[in-house]
Design a protein around this ligand. Sequence first.
Ligand code: ATP
Ligand code: MG
Length: 306
Amino acid sequence: MDNTVITTRALTKTFGSFTAVDKISMEVRRGEIYGFLGPNGSGKSTTIRMLCGILEPTSGSGAVLGYDLVREAEKIKRKIGYMSQKFSLYDDLTVYENLDFYAGLYSIPQRERKKRIGEMIEMALLRGRENELAANLSGGWKQRLALGCAIISRPAVLFLDEPTSGVSPTSRRAFFRIIQQLANENTTVMVTTHFMDEAERCYRIAFISEGRLIADDTPENLKNNVIKGVLAEVIHPDALYIIDNLEKLPYVLECSNHGPALHVLLESAGAVQALNNYTGVEAKIIRPSLEDVFVSLAKKNRRQVS
Ligand SMILES: Nc1ncnc2c1ncn2[C@@H]1O[C@H](COP(=O)(O)OP(=O)(O)OP(=O)(O)O)[C@@H](O)[C@H]1O
Ligand SMILES: [Mg+2]
């Protein structure tokens, strides 16, 4: 059986003369958690909306579960789960009533509903809160309830657009554990996030910048292959002031700040001594993190465009 669940070929969306999504080609396999990362405005939500059959592509093609994005958009909408960046619950309905409402939307038969709603309440860790109004739930609970509403129909594919923005680290972890459980049960999950710890948990990551897909690989391969050179960490009291000067040094390829530290990409290990002499502190060679990979990819892409 073909295991490809989402596929696109040169998928493109323009708004007037502006290209929001630029010839994206990708494949997502069954049971994968596919992370979709990129700076604000890079086209993540627009791509997801096309994949959900909500927004018609300008050109290119794609299919979800074998259904064509344009010709079979209605079928796609019925088969998938989608939690949008600005998901909405009914504030004046209780937890139970919200789930029941979505069960109705997806035409889940009456005799099955109670059981399904119960399953969602278990999954979303909402036991004991069934009769609370959605309005009164805190952020993390709301997000898990919205997830319950999105998957009450047991979709084979789930699209999550920044599901964990604005909630606490504990809630984010609880949420991602549920996602991992769903993937273990063979649900295909495409998720956008700005959090590196979540990106680390994805099976594959696609990185999109200015509408273009500029990397698509496992977190491990991205960390091993994207950054060419030797990465050094420099902890310096005037980190933010020296960053511009460091970037001008002939042996420095890139420089970015990470909290109190600077990450300096050097041409080769031989340049460490020169760097130490310049800064007056001892640099430490480090392994690139996913964040380093993304900073580097975004910079590279901007250079190619300009
Ligand atoms: N309906 C629209 N009309 C015009 N421009 C649009 C429309 N929808 C999106 N855009 C533009 O397309 C670009 C990509 O937007 P999109 O929402 O896909 O980005 P994103 O990667 O999801 O960003 P974020 O991380 O902020 O959510 C942005 O410049 C946005 O302003
Ligand atoms: Mg978005």
